[in-house]
Design a protein around this ligand. Structure first.
Ligand code: DQA
Length: 137
């Protein structure tokens, strides 16, 4: 089973970025423990701050992988192009967020991903990714 974890802009700064919201664990630390725990799953990881690179990755894996766990960061709330890319691929996408975007500013309540996603998991910290993975399994 091939599952991609895809992270968008500013998520490379996890551990340093606004720790009161996003915690102080780096994504690499978290990914290491997740990969160990789910050693029999073909987990792949890609992060980019560039919208087009995220779209290219969706196209690349979107007809062969079994699932995509996608935290598009702020592009969630702005990117029609990413929403269209998800509509155009076959692999199911679960939208995830570390924070509870619905308890934050109003502009974070809008998602261009959710209408095309299998489901949305938000507000459970880094555990949001693991819950999405469990759902695919
Ligand atoms: C986020 C929430 C977004 O609103 C924000 O722009 C992010 C992170 C989250 O994981 O909580 O970059 O996607």
């Amino acid at each position: 089973m091939k599952i991609l974890i895809l992270n968008g802009p500013n998520l490379n700064l996890l551990g340093k970025r606004e720790p009161s919201i996003y915690g102080n664990v780096t994504f690499n630390e978290f990914l290491e423990s997740l990969t160990k725990k789910y050693a029999d799953v073909g987990l792949e990881y890609f992060q980019s701050n560039v919208e087009g690179e995220l779209i290219n990755k969706l196209h690349e894996v979107g007809f062969s992988y079994q699932g995509i766990i996608f935290n598009a960061g702020a592009y969630t709330h702005t990117s029609v192009a990413i929403g269209d890319a998800i509509k155009g691929i076959e692999t199911p996408v679960i939208e995830v967020h570390i924070s509870n975007v619905y308890a934050r500013e109003k502009f974070r309540h809008q998602s261009y991903i959710a209408p095309n996603a299998k489901g949305v998991i938000a507000g459970f910290g880094l555990q949001s990714y693991e819950l999405a993975l469990e759902s695919f399994l």
